[in-house]
Design a protein around this ligand. Structure first.
Ligand code: ZN
Length: 249
């Protein structure tokens, strides 16, 4: 039996966890559907490759032949973690037998404090003011604060059914509820499993960025947190949501 453990911790105060998170982050987002392993040094981040594809092409762009560079460097991930955890945040680490298999972190903040960096805009994609459009959409819904889910990722060999993703999701959502902020928002790509799961759980896509990120919002995640309680299993959850069987999560 594998021992799964979900721990609230802070990688800024734990160098080993920080390194594990960086490694895990590169592996999770380096493969499909994100394929943010490497990018073409000549064409920029709009042409990017999975870790496997980059290795197969000997770390050279298959179109122009230029060298490939790491999409998310250690330093960038570390900087992001420090910035994003600096507010009213929570970091949840998911271990299986002491190996980090996944993570989630979020931060409760006023709309004015949502940072532009969430748009993940690289200079070659332009459109810096997308963040204002998103904030206006949230203001127009009467929201003042949100629990912003920065990241949630699980390695393929840690997915192990529904429990890991359900537990990480529940824990970052609870962080907002405890502070009277039940509105939760995060971004992902439409092809990801977490997108499907979130829509089933009551999140709605409200904005799509030029870079292809879908922002999903729920004004009140209280019911979803109850559904995702530790006692829930996949059959109960699908029954409660009155939807077909969850596949591939
Ligand atoms: Zn190229």
């Amino acid at each position: 039996m594998q021992d799964a453990l979900f721990i609230i911790s802070d990688p800024r105060e734990n160098p080993k966890l920080l390194q594990q998170t960086i490694d895990c982050y590169q592996k999770v987002f380096g493969e499909a559907p994100w394929n943010e392993g490497y990018y073409c040094s000549r064409e920029g981040k709009s042409r990017h490759f999975s870790l496997k594809m980059a290795e197969n092409h000997n770390y050279q762009c298959d179109l122009c032949g230029a060298d490939l560079l790491k999409y998310h460097t250690e330093k960038e991930i570390e900087k992001r973690i420090y910035e994003q955890l600096s507010g009213n945040s929570i970091f949840i680490a998911y271990f299986v037998n002491t190996a980090l298999k996944g993570f989630a972190w979020s931060c409760v903040m006023g709309l004015a404090d949502i940072p532009e960096s969430i748009m993940n805009v690289s200079p070659d994609l332009g459109e810096q003011r997308e963040i204002d459009k998103l904030k206006n959409l949230l203001y127009s819904r009467g929201l003042e604060s949100v629990n912003y889910g920065y990241e949630l990722g699980i390695l393929p060999d840690g997915r192990n059914g529904f429990k890991p993703v359900a537990t990480l999701t529940r824990m970052w959502l609870e962080h907002g509820i405890k502070q009277g902020v039940p509105a939760a928002i995060f971004s992902t790509v439409e092809k990801s499993n977490i997108y499907k799961l979130a829509v089933m759980g009551g999140f709605k896509p409200i904005f799509k960025s030029q870079g292809g990120l879908e922002f999903l919002l729920t004004p009140d995640c209280t019911e979803l947190v109850q559904i995702l309680s530790p006692a829930a299993d996949i059959n109960m959850v699908t029954k409660l949501l009155h939807r077909p069987q969850l596949v591939g999560i």
